[in-house]
Design a protein around this ligand. Structure first.
Ligand code: GBH
Length: 481
């Protein structure tokens, strides 16, 4: 089947970021090498029955020792930007600045210097799910002290790497961290405390992020001139029955409970969405909680989250149809509070994992929604991708078509909807450790042969496709001469 090639590279601004993304625990391996402390994902994977076939990130793509191979992949794609995350417990083994691991500093210095020597801008996420275990032992994201500890870690990173790193993401996907880590327990630390911890965790993440942004703003921005944000993931949602007012309201609640939970405090009103506060209050009454319980309030005695992002960092994967669920018996859970059921439209193709319905046009609609509800921010799409499962297909035509389609949607958002999209990062550079799915799900532009000792990287057809788009863009903008 011939590909429908439709990306018009001339629609993208001449300083657009063409990137790919990874995360430390998913690629690095070297889980206890050179003085690294354990993270909650080390603990989680080492206890049986948590992850698909008990896979672990002990070795993963071994990027800790094979960074040179990753760099070759980045060069082959012609990326202008690379998004990576630091392993907090590699840099600070017990999570605090009491002890700094010099070998970790040397490793990330080399990565950053090599990127810059190749004219690739690093975008660094300070923490992508892998909280130091030592901090989990003190309550992790449930502990109010975590905001200060994170701030110290962030300041240490700004001080050490900020002369060269100009794009920072404090934390990745707070809603996933809170919901999967503390509500469903599918991700580390694996706690199942539905309807309660999820809001406390979300709150402390916002507090931690706000502190780090303020630290950057007061002590580093002037000298280093970089930008700081937090990566928020969101589905795009539409009512199952657009003529049913309850479904329409439920759809707004779904957006508010997922995106608005973090976007409203940072980009909007400075507080949680009204729909969220109202539903949780109503449920509190029904379930015998006191007024104001469960969803914390922002205190006047510390930095507020409003305005603490220099751009919008969006991770988009999929879309949902939404149906009202408020008439169901009250249940103590995040979904119960949300009062909305999310459904995959049967006409949408699903790639690899069951949650990933492929809806490229949802990205364009979501970008427009963010423009309209978040004050027209500069937006980097910090993750977006397509997975494969089962026998490896090097000629991954569906993924090739996906990148064509999704980038066409981004170009329409820019040209037709006037959204200020500044960059696009494919998830992911490499096949890697896909959290609770282990190595069974492959998101890479490069295949990694996990059965070979060398962990050989081989470009998929979709990698060539993405490289060709970037090449056309570079030629059009005369970036290579
Ligand atoms: C991203 O999250 C992560 O940032 C990245 O590390 C990851 O590799 C990538 O997705 C691909 O998965 O098991 O039914 O409860 C995207 C948001 C949230 C989507 C969790 C999948 C699990 C659904 N993800 N969700 S379920």
């Amino acid at each position: 089947m011939a590909l429908n090639k439709n990306v018009s590279v001339e629609d993208f601004p001449s300083d657009f970021a063409w990137g790919a993304a990874t995360a430390a625990y998913q690629i690095e391996g070297g889980w206890d090498m050179d003085g690294k402390g354990p993270s909650i994902w080390d603990t989680f994977c080492h206890s049986k029955g948590r992850v698909f076939e008990d896979h672990t990130g002990d070795v993963a793509c071994n990027s800790y020792q094979l960074w040179d191979e990753d760099l070759k992949c980045i060069q082959q794609l012609g990326l202008t930007h690379y998004r990576l995350s630091f392993s907090w417990s590699r840099l600070l083994p017990d999570g605090t600045t009491r002890f700094v691991n010099p070998q970790a500093v040397a490793y990330y210095n080399k990565v950053i210097d090599d990127l810059i020597a190749n004219a690739v801008m690093p975008m660094v996420t300070l923490n992508h799910f892998d909280l130091p275990q030592a901090l989990q032992d003190h309550g992790g994201w449930k502990s109010p002290e975590i905001a200060d500890v994170f701030d110290s870690y962030a300041q240490f990173c700004f001080k050490t790497f900020g002369d060269r790193v100009k794009l920072w993401i404090t934390l990745n996907e707070p809603s996933v961290c809170a919901k999967l880590g503390y509500e469903s327990g599918l991700f580390a630390p694996g706690l199942k405390e539905p309807g309660t911890s999820v809001y406390l965790v979300g709150h402390n993440i916002l507090r931690a992020h706000a502190r780090a942004w303020h630290s950057y703003n007061s002590h580093f921005r002037c000298l280093q001139g970089g930008k700081v944000s937090i990566a928020l993931n969101s589905d795009w949602a539409e009512p199952l029955d657009p003529c049913c007012p309850e479904d329409v309201a439920a759809t707004q609640r779904y957006m508010d409970f997922n995106l608005g939970w973090f976007a409203c405090p940072v980009f909007g009103t400075g507080d949680y969405p009204e729909t969220m506060k109202a539903r949780i209050e109503a449920q509190n009454l029904e379930l015998g909680f006191a007024e104001g319980e469960r969803l914390p309030k922002f205190s006047d005695d510390e930095p507020k989250p409003l305005g603490t992002a220099d751009f919008f960092a969006l991770n988009y994967y999929t879309s949902r149809k939404v149906k009202d669920a408020t008439s169901r018996p009250s249940e103590l859970s995040f979904t119960g509070d949300q009062g909305a059921e999310a459904i995959i439209d049967p006409s949408w193709p699903v790639c690899g994992v069951s949650w990933l319905a492929v809806v490229p046009e949802g990205l364009r609609k979501l970008l427009k929604y963010i423009k309209e509800t978040c004050n027209n921010p500069a937006i980097y799409i910090t993750e977006n991708g397509f997975s494969q499962i089962g026998p490896v297909e090097f000629e991954d035509v569906d993924r090739c078509q996906f990148y064509q389609d999704v980038l066409q949607q981004v170009s329409k958002a820019i040209t037709a909807d006037g959204v200020n999209v500044r960059g696009y990062f494919s998830w992911s550079l490499l096949d890697n450790f896909e959290w609770s799915d282990g190595f069974s799900v492959r998101f890479g532009l490069f295949h990694v042969d996990f059965s070979s000792a060398e962990l050989r990287r081989t470009m998929y057809c979709s990698g060539r496709e993405y490289a060709a788009i970037i090449k056309r863009y570079r030629t059009y903008n005369k970036l290579d001469n």
